[in-house]
Ligand binder design. Structure first.
Ligand code: EPU
Length: 438
């Protein structure tokens, strides 16, 4: 199978699909299993490439991983954790950002860790300075080498008091995975409190950790000597759910997303309604649909939780090209997340990007050279085109644009979409899309 998709667009997507566990939680829970004395069982695991990458890394470190794709479960047995060969770890370089989160657990288990150069989506610089500062504050020695970063904890890891410059999801997870078995108490202020982080805290608590989340983004952890395995069902993937919701809006369709969960999607649902989309929530999922008539332009700013997620932005922008009037979107989480709009403009959309902070309060990227605000003027019919997938969410947005556009589009590099969207071509078929993957 090649990396190409021919999409014959212009047909409303209609039908039912299912979303399973969140990519951005499942991978972290898999890493948490390294901290336990005994085996763990994770349920609601999607078949996506990122799960395969973390499985490979865990296996390199001696964790036995048994996957039942039909049941959607992973059995993770860390009884024989061992150091991996640098060259083997390095073979995973470029495939994911998860290796950085192995540090805390490996330092506790083995006293050292090696982190290859990191991959992940090209949506900004994506530095790891917060992660390394956190590890140093726990007492780790960080040494940059040619192939990556070598980290040691010659005197163990001690609890500490840390304030993050920005509520980073990954840095908060780094701290949690390190603090739970560090000696003494750790306090993190300005922590990220995304639902995926709360579910990681649920997992760590099941394992025997003592973690409290206070008001004002303060997390306190009392380190314990030993942790056990866990059994846990992953929370639903709210990014995937919102991506399909935006696809319903952009194609004038009607999609029931089984597994979608309302409490984690409040900000998205409010925005979806303001744009003119309709949704019905029931016990098993959410139906998202275009009720007919014009869509409305909006002013939107992405933010950390409980704000509007940055990962919801790209798919929604495609729907905004079909709204009547001027929409303004200010991206405040990543400095470079509008690259995907170039292809949309090539398909007929009217989108202008700006370096200024538009439509909201000034953000970290304001006085710098980043095109992090966009003005979208609609409605504009989209025309079929040849598109190259730039990153995971941008790529899904291109796919939505191709599905909305009349004619046959060629979408290249769709392997990237497999990283985070389970069986997306099967889902497209279930929704009546016309396409072929050759
Ligand atoms: N940042 C730093 N230094 C650091 C870490 C982060 O400056 O050491 C900055 C980043 O450059 C960015 C901001 O802080 O501007 C926020 O980054 P964060 O650390 O919160 O992001 P992340 O943990 O790397 C996760 C998800 C992303 C999602 C963000 C925000 C995973 C594997 N990735 O990334 O998901 O956009 O949180 O919610 O959990 C995706 O799924 O497509 C994706 C990119």
């Amino acid at each position: 199978m090649t990396d190409l998709l021919y999409v014959n667009g212009g047909t409303p997507l209609s039908g039912e699909i299912t979303v399973r566990g969140a990519k951005n939680f499942v991978s972290k829970a898999m890493v948490a299993s390294l901290l336990g004395d005994g085996p763990s069982l994770l349920r609601n695991v999607p078949q996506i490439r990122d799960v395969g990458v973390v499985t490979g890394l865990l296996e390199l470190h001696g964790v036995q991983v048994v996957r039942d794709d039909h049941a959607g479960t992973l059995h993770l047995d860390p009884s024989n954790v061992e150091s991996a060969h640098v060259a083997d770890i390095d073979a995973h370089a470029g495939s994911s950002r998860i290796p950085i989160l192995f540090c805390g657990p490996l330092l506790h288990r083995l006293g050292e860790a090696f982190i290859p150069d990191l991959g992940g989506c090209r949506i900004g610089d994506r530095p790891i300075n917060y992660h390394l500062d956190i590890l140093r504050q726990f007492g780790a020695v960080v040494e940059k080498r040619e192939q990556g970063i070598h980290i040691r904890a010659p005197f163990g890891l001690q609890g500490t008091k840390i304030a993050l410059p920005y509520p980073s999801v990954g840095a908060t997870e780094q701290l949690l995975l390190t603090a739970v078995r560090a000696e003494g108490i750790t306090e993190l202020s300005n922590a990220a409190i995304e639902p995926e982080i709360m579910d990681l805290i649920n997992v760590l608590q099941k394992m025997g950790s003592i973690i409290s989340v206070d008001t004002d983004r303060v997390i306190r952890i009392e380190g314990v000597e030993r942790l056990r395995g866990f059994t846990h069902t992953a929370l639903a993937d709210r990014i995937e759910a919102a991506s399909w919701a935006s696809a319903a809006l952009a194609t004038q369709g009607d999609i029931y997303v089984r597994g979608a969960s309302q409490p984690e999607m409040t900000a998205f649902l409010n925005t979806f309604r303001k744009v003119g989309g309709e949704f019905d929530v029931d016990d098993d999922g959410i139906r998202f649909y275009h009720p007919g008539g014009d869509l409305n332009p909006i002013v939107l700013e992405t933010d950390v939780h409980p704000g509007f997620m940055t990962d919801w932005q790209q798919p929604l922008v495609v729907a905004l090209t079909q709204a009547k009037g001027l929409s303004i979107v200010h991206e405040t989480v990543y400095e470079n997340r509008f690259g995907f709009t170039e292809a949309l403009v090539g398909m007929g959309a009217t989108i202008q990007v700006y370096k200024e902070c538009l439509g909201g309060r000034p953000c970290r990227f304001g006085q710098r050279n980043f095109f992090h605000s966009a003005v979208i003027s609609g409605p504009t019919p989209l025309a079929a085109a040849e598109i190259e997938v730039p990153d995971l969410r941008g790529g899904f947005s291109h796919l939505i644009a191709a599905l909305a556009a009349k004619g046959t589009s060629t979408v290249k590099g769709i392997g990237l979409i497999d990283r985070g969207y389970e069986h997306f071509t099967d889902k497209l078929t279930a929704l009546g899309a016309e396409f072929s993957r050759t």
